[in-house]
Design a protein around this ligand. Structure first.
Ligand code: IVH
Length: 663
């Protein structure tokens, strides 16, 4: 087992730290499985540095604070060649000898400190305010390129940057969008969010990585310069960014900056500048520090990238609620590493505020290095006949008059029969959070609608396989699956149908709250504003919207049809697969409640935990993942403590249930 651990760690280092694997993935996997089997057979022999031990314990409280012996400093920054050269002049003035610099990439992530004692990773922490950070050891252990054990029994602190590769960021956001969760603005934020998780299993899925570039190193380690450090680190197993360069002159430094700037978008991680460091530690000491930053290093920040292009057209699209939103269609240009030809203009107010006109030359950038936006127009390029853009008067789809409701920035098509809205409403009805009818995506819906097969949600329930097969590219198998999925959706619990109706202001949470509280569609239809507004989580606006919606005779007709079609109209509690989709601390955990709770009855707490994917059992055993301990807890608590099971108090449980702690 020791031999396997040694080999696997060596392979991991070759792969993750040096980027030079010597074995295939399959060979690695085969050895990994062999080790897993041995460990299962001889659990008492599991080595602490075994690669299987990379997932640590779930924390049951908030992150611990860590105080640094030596503060984690930040960097001063400059934004132009001139400012950079002034800084270099100043450094040269203070040093006697010719100075050498190391130029490195400024990784746009979050700083981390890794403390090793006698070769073992004992603590990892975020930077916090530089003096006090947060303990993230349990999560950092899941980053494969961070060594848990060093080959030599060294004691040192290494520091660097944790980041999320761009690709992982894009994928994570796609997943979150599909689940209806808020997306992260940029890879940096998602790295920060991921590393502060209490549950390392979540972090482990987030594909974080690290580059190390500094440290608190004793003299005995013999490192005398930044270059020494960068060459020694990989030998110890610490991952270093390979794109650094030793430079002597201003020209060399500037050349490096330009080179990197030109290829920064090809890198698979975000950088926001170049760090220039005085190489020799002796010289660094001479230059010293201000309170916040070293005087021997500076960050040159890249200007936010912008490119010029022509705005050819403003396209207006109609959403499900009738909101009509503008998109700029531009001459395609390469921006921050990708071809861009569309950018959201958000609303008419923005077009007016920026005085954006057709055929304008515009500057565009990417918000968070990802989302294209129009920054400004260049009026000097306008021809004489250029006129301010006038807002559309008619709906681009149904041609009915658009309205600008007073309290809104949006333009709206208020024609209830607008085909664009109808299609979007249908797409919403079948969507995953609503009726969850798989196989009916926007493309199929477009065909169904255009052929007149489905124009209202209830039409879906009369669709036949033959009709589907008459459509383009729909084979028998697919047609069968679609009809099955539609049939299955009839059994959905009420909140899905309620949400699927697309009632203004009624999101999936409000739909669930109302459905859970009132239980039956007929009771929701009959409820007055007061009744609705007393439901927890439902305010006046939602209550009003529901009342208005259900007063509409065509809605009553639709619901009548649903009933005849055999759709379930009652709240069934959350079904198991819905619960499994909830992102919660309790997801998949076996929980034991003990002691007196103050804010909930046992039953309520149980229901809430179960609605978030937890299983509540009566007695503490080795299978228990977490114990919630109220007042005057007795033997169950003692047993949990004895078994080392995480324990939450009531307020922590509530915070987790409400999602106010990271799950
Ligand atoms: S050196 C005492 N090198 O940038 C000097 N920092 O804006 C400590 N950063 O807090 C920093 N890449 O988190 C250094 N190659 C690099 C860096 C780097 C990114 C971050 C670091 C620092 C921040 C300052």
């Amino acid at each position: 087992m020791k031999e396997l651990v040694r080999e696997l760690n060596q392979y991991a280092k070759e792969y993750y730290v040096w980027d030079q694997p010597s074995v295939t993935d399959a060979e690695y996997d085969q050895k990994y499985r062999q080790l897993e089997q041995l460990e299962a057979a001889y659990p008492e022999e599991v080595q602490s540095d075994s690669p299987t031990q990379r997932v640590g314990d779930v924390l049951d409280t908030q992150l611990e604070k860590v105080v640094f012996d030596r503060p984690m400093l930040s960097l001063g920054d400059v934004f132009s060649r001139k400012e950079l050269e002034d800084w270099l002049d100043n450094v040269e003035d203070q040093l006697d000898e010719q100075c050498v610099y190391v130029c490195e990439l400024k990784i746009d992530g979050l700083s981390v400190s890794l403390q090793y004692e006698r070769g073992r990773l004992v603590r990892a922490a975020t930077r916090g305010d530089g003096h006090m950070g947060e303990d993230i050891t349990h999560n950092v252990k899941t980053i494969p390129s961070v060594p848990l054990h060093l080959q030599e029994p060294l004691s040192l602190e290494v520091r660097g940057e944790i980041y999320m590769p761009k690709e992982a960021f894009v994928r994570l956001n796609q997943e979150r969008e599909e689940k209806g969760l808020a997306t992260f603005a940029n890879p940096r934020n998602s790295a920060a969010g991921s590393i502060r998780q209490l549950d390392p299993k979540v972090t482990a899925k987030r594909k974080l990585n690290v580059f190390l570039y500094t440290g608190v190193l004793g003299e005995e380690l013999g490192i005398k310069s930044q270059l020494d450090l960068l060459t020694q680190y990989p030998k110890w197993g610490f991952r270093v960014n390979p794109l650094y360069r030793l430079c002597q002159t201003k020209e060399e430094i500037w050349q490096f900056i330009e080179e990197i700037q030109n290829k920064r978008h090809q890198l698979d991680y975000d950088i926001d500048g170049i760090v220039v460091k005085v190489n020799r530690f002796n010289d660094q000491e001479t230059l010293g520090y201000t309170v916040k930053v070293p005087k021997w290093a500076i960050a040159y920040k890249f200007p936010a990238e912008q490119v010029q292009t022509t705005l050819k057209e403003i396209e207006w699209t109609v959403g499900r609620t009738g909101v009509v939103t503008p998109t700029a269609v531009m001459e395609p240009v390469l921006l921050a590493g990708s071809m861009v030809q569309r950018a959201s203009l958000h609303n008419m107010d923005l077009i007016e505020a920026k005085d954006i006109r057709l055929n304008d030359q515009v500057m565009i950038h990417k918000a968070g290095d990802i989302i294209p936006e129009v920054v400004k127009v260049l009026p000097d390029y306008r021809t004489k006949d250029s006129k301010p853009y006038t807002k559309p008067i008619h709906c681009p789809t149904c041609q009915s008059l658009l309205v600008h409701l007073e309290e809104e920035v949006a333009l709206r098509c208020i024609n209830p029969f607008c085909p664009a809205q109808a299609k979007e409403r249908l797409n919403h009805f079948v969507s995953r959070q609503a009726m969850n009818i798989s196989g009916v995506g926007p493309k199929l819906m477009e065909q169904l609608y255009n052929q007149g097969l489905v124009t209202t949600p209830s039409d879906l329930y009369h669709l036949e396989e033959d009709q589907l097969m008459s459509l383009n590219k729909i084979q028998e198998k697919k047609a069968h699956k679609v009809v099955e999925a539609i049939e299955a959706s009839k059994k959905n619990s009420l909140e899905r149908l309620l949400f699927g109706l697309g009632i203004r202001h009624v999101g999936s949470k409000a739909a669930r709250d109302v459905a859970r509280y009132l239980g039956k569609m007929s009771d929701i239809q009959a409820a007055d504003k007061e009744t609705l507004a007393q439901i927890e989580g439902i305010g006046e606006i939602i209550a009003d919207s529901l009342v208005t919606y259900f007063a509409n005779p065509s809605v009553q007709h639709l619901l009548q049809e649903f009933k005849q079609d055999g759709l379930n109209m009652t709240y069934l509690g959350a079904s198991s697969e819905e619960i499994a989709a909830v992102a919660s601390y309790f997801q998949g955990k076996t929980v034991v409640l003990t002691g007196k709770l103050e804010h909930y009855t046992r039953q309520e707490a149980k229901q809430r935990i179960e609605s978030q994917g937890g299983k509540v059992t009566g007695s503490v055993s080795a299978h228990t993942d977490v114990v919630v301990s109220g007042k005057e807890a007795g033997s169950k608590l003692t047993k949990a403590q004895h078994l080392g099971i995480p324990i939450l108090n009531e307020s922590e449980m509530i915070q987790y249930l409400e999602g106010s702690l990271p799950s």
